[in-house]
Design a protein. Structure first.
Length: 241
């Protein structure tokens, strides 16, 4: 079956080529992820990031706002999340997530989640790859100092979507169809930030949008290009040529 690939650029960043010998290959980002709240003094997550990067990226298995944002024993991924979380007790701030899917547009994090297996995962500090069994999609991501680059490989179909979830507690999204971009900000935080805190993002795609919708308070608005709400986000379908 023919596959389609979609490239996604965040903050317009791209990463360089890996060196032939790289000590980063000795790093296993999954170490420390097999823990539970009841029996643990903390938990780590697979941080896909450059050293001293402005933000980290991680597959999200936990619910929105859960400090245990990735646990090794989980079997579903809800999205691919930009995170600044130092540990589950301090929790996160300015986070948002991206999720590819096929079929029909779905924003709810429970209903959009996809089965995955560690057999279908490749986890490096500088690269992450996973097979989303629910949608037959391969997701890959690699970080830059301030951003990340994604590649989504979809099965041949007429309904390939990307959801951008700016999370709750006050967020904003705007679809810029002329430039294949989704702009916005997240104010999601767990304290310790200024009153006017916002984490701004720009998501740029290499394919045009043929379907556009925004979401506010769990309601999907077909054709809407801009939204500001408690929880809000966007959903776009792509045209392959």
């Amino acid at each position: 079956m023919r596959k389609h690939s979609l490239l996604l650029f965040l903050f317009l960043g791209i990463s360089g080529l890996a060196r032939a010998k790289d000590y980063a290959d000795y790093v296993n980002p999954l170490v420390g992820t097999q823990s539970t709240f009841e029996l643990s003094a903390g938990n780590t997550y697979p941080a896909i990031a450059r050293p001293w990067g402005m933000n980290f990226w991680t597959p999200q298995t936990g619910k929105m706002g859960d400090g245990w944002q990735y646990t090794y024993t989980a079997n579903k991924i809800r999205g691919f999340k930009q995170t600044h979380q130092p540990n589950p007790w301090i929790n996160d701030y300015g986070q948002f997530s991206i999720m590819p899917m096929v079929g029909k547009p779905e924003f709810d994090e429970e209903r959009r989640a996809s089965w995955f297996s560690h057999k279908g995962e490749t986890v490096k500090a500088y690269y992450y790859k996973v097979y989303l069994a629910e949608y037959d999609i391969v997701t890959e991501m690699t970080p830059t100092d301030r951003a990340a680059m994604f590649r989504f490989t979809f099965p041949e179909n007429e309904h390939s979507y990307i959801v951008v979830d700016a999370f709750d507690k006050g967020s904003y999204v705007k679809i810029d169809k002329d430039n294949n971009r989704i702009l916005g900000y997240s104010t999601r935080n767990s304290g310790g930030v200024p009153d006017n805190f916002k984490n701004y993002f720009v998501v740029e795609f290499d394919k045009p949008f043929v379907y556009r919708a925004t979401v506010a308070d769990s309601v999907l608005y077909d054709g809407s290009m801009e939204q500001k709400a408690g929880p809000c986000g966007s959903c776009c379908r792509f045209q392959y040529t």
